[in-house]
Design a protein around this ligand. Structure first.
Ligand SMILES: Cc1cc2nc3c(=O)[nH]c(=O)nc-3n(C[C@H](O)[C@H](O)[C@H](O)COP(=O)(O)OP(=O)(O)OC[C@H]3O[C@@H](n4cnc5c(N)ncnc54)[C@H](O)[C@@H]3O)c2cc1C
Length: 557
């Protein structure tokens, strides 16, 4: 048994890297465990062809260090996986964080030892580690969803999951390849696989809305311009945007405040065309009623459907690729030549919405009694999103309560940060937080800063542990539900509401109230002595009415 640490951090994605940096800066002793062989998380695992970020590189990056912002040079408007992985390696070494990290080590279990007020963490190398705080930076899309298709194990060729892609290049030259799924990863990978394979068959259950990303090399002049005024860009992202990014086509855009249903068809078309030309997530910045009114949403959905019909030559294939559900209620996918790929002679689309895949045979995929011959299979079947990384661990809080039990009906958290009955266990950038509807690097920085402050306050006030109050969890659940129900999100089956995993209860897994509102909740908690939390299991005095004065807050350790 090793000496007890202040904090154990699980997962070395962008959130875990910053957690090590920040908590160490506060004087805490920290140790991070990561299942992969290095840092990067999403950008370590997802090496499939075409993996690329959809928020501009200059914004999908850390804001905590001005020196770092100035030093790092991005080569593309939207960085690809390899460059993002290099960036996270660079940050880790730049701040000498690697010595606090242990790779190739999965955390199997975390149990709360109530007598000692400590977490006891068991790792895949047989180790047992103790810490007062446990910070779960395990990711919202990091638990790959392997489909339960009969016969999958019998397939004679190679099977790849996009989220567990091999480190060496996979060469599909001359092969017949089957891709199962048409979500974000598939949309990115399909054009590149098609360019290599002899034959590509895509098995689609639900068509996606994709819009052109329009990636290209980073113009030096633009990079210089942002760097000259980075603090102001970051301020705008934090305070003046809904999604945490402000650049569209290298220029900040003003939010649209008028309504789609009040606009003339010509004005709507002009706005949508402008966003379309800009590319990527620009289409999120449209009329606000598109998010809440089906008829308004339909104006944008029909605009994008028209673009799909223009991009795909065969009308029957275009019809299959055209979604009929509201747009923007699943993550909009930013593509590069996705629809055009279906105009190639070596690519075909098989609809498995009404007639699902019957089984996988040694030689291919069987649908409707017909076998589609494949030499390799690519499973682009997504993730057990938001909760999967945590529920796949044995997490045991007070009185033997398991996180799987706590979340059996719905994933209960307060602010997406803590759970009742799981003291000193912090969750970052996942269920119940703005996570993926906001720029995730920011969410992680904000939450980890909050965790650091919380630990300092705890220390300064002589308390040992903090957890969410059950009543605050209830209230937060209602708040998330209220924000969700005000939109069209519940009308669409997506991983945002847990619909992609069989048996998972359908619910709002994301806080949709916006980052500004979320920050207000977090700062209110800190400023008013954490009214939504319970200290020391309710054993000692509850929070004092007044916050602990900042001058009384010292570094821990
Ligand atoms: C293919 C893909 C593309 C994406 N593209 C975008 C995008 O374009 N824009 C965007 O905003 N977001 C995107 N995302 C979301 C992305 O996950 C976040 O942007 C961000 O990278 C999450 O960082 P994180 O540190 O919170 O988690 P992750 O990067 O997921 O890191 C979590 C880490 O925890 C580790 N881990 C989990 N469980 C354990 C355990 N029990 N023991 C040890 N280690 C564990 C994992 O191995 C992983 O390395 C994408 C996600 C995926 C999967």
């Amino acid at each position: 048994m090793q000496q007890s640490l202040d904090a154990i951090i699980v997962g070395a994605g962008m959130a875990g890297i910053y957690a090590v940096y920040h908590l160490r800066r506060l004087g805490l002793s920290v140790r991070l465990f990561e299942a992969g062989s290095s840092v990067g998380g999403t950008w370590y695992w997802n090496r499939y062809p075409g993996a690329r970020v959809d928020i501009e590189s200059m914004e999908y990056s850390y804001a905590f260090s001005e020196e770092l912002q100035q030093e790092w040079e991005w080569s593309e408007r939207y960085a690809g996986q390899a460059e993002l992985a290099r960036y996270f390696e660079f940050v880790t070494d730049r701040f000498d964080l690697r010595r606090h990290m242990q790779f190739d080590t999965r955390v199997d279990a975390a149990r709360y030892d109530e007598a000692a007020d400590e977490w006891v963490v068991e790792t895949s190398d047989g180790g047992t580690h103790r810490a007062r705080f446990c910070v779960m930076t395990t990711g919202l899309l990091s638990a790959p969803n392997k489909p339960d298709i009969p016969g999958l194990e019998s397939f004679a060729g190679a099977v790849y999951h996009t989220g567990l892609w091999p480190k060496e290049k996979v060469d599909f030259t001359g092969q017949r390849v089957g891709v199962v799924g048409t979500g974000s990863s598939a949309v990115q990978a399909i054009p590149l696989i098609a360019a290599e394979a002899a034959l590509l068959t895509v098995f689609q259950r639900t068509p996606a809305y994709a819009v052109p990303l329009r990636n290209h090399p980073m113009p030096d002049e633009y990079q210089r311009k942002v760097k000259a005024d980075y603090a102001e860009w970051r301020r705008k992202e934090r305070h003046e945007s809904f999604g945490g990014w402000v650049a569209v086509h290298y220029a900040p855009v003003e939010p649209v405040t008028t309504l789609a249903l009040d606009a003339t068809p010509e004005a709507r078309q002009a706005l949508y065309e402008d966003r379309w030309r800009n590319g990527g997530l620009a289409l999120y910045n449209v009329y606000p009623d598109v998010y809440v009114n089906r008829e308004a949403n339909e104006t944008l959905a029909e605009f994008v459907r028209g673009k799909i019909r223009e991009r795909v030559q065969d009308p029957a294939t275009a019809a299959l690729l055209t979604p009929d559900y509201p747009i923007l209620m699943k993550r909009l996918i930013a593509d590069t030549n996705y629809y055009e790929t279906y105009n190639r002679d070596n690519v075909s689309l098989v609809d498995v919405s009404r007639q699902p895949i019957e089984r996988i045979t040694p030689g291919g995929v069987m649908v409707g009694g017909q076998e589609y011959a494949c030499d390799s299979l690519v499973l682009a079947t997504g993730y057990d999103a938001m909760t999967g990384a945590l529920t796949r661990m044995h997490i045991e809080g007070r009185n033997g309560a398991l996180i799987t039990g706590h979340w059996a009906q719905r994933a209960r958290t307060y602010l997406g940060l803590m759970c009742a009955g799981f003291p000193n266990l912090f969750i970052i950038d996942a269920v119940g937080s703005p996570s993926v509807v906001f720029q995730p690097v920011f969410v992680a920085e904000e939450q980890i800063n909050w965790v650091g402050d919380c630990i300092r306050q705890l220390h300064a006030s002589g308390r040992r542990c903090i957890e969410a109050a059950a009543s605050a969890e209830d209230a937060w659940g209602e708040e998330c539900e209220r924000a969700l129900q005000a939109t069209l999100f519940p009308t669409v089956n997506s991983w945002y509401v847990g619909a992609n995993i069989a048996g998972k209860s359908h619910m709002g897994l994301i806080y949709l109230g916006g980052m500004a509102e979320y920050r207000r909740w977090m700062s209110d908690e800190a400023a008013h002595a954490y009214p939504g939390f319970v200290f020391d299991g309710g054993r000692g005095a509850q929070a004092s009415a007044a916050p602990v004065p900042q001058e009384a807050v010292r570094s821990v350790g």
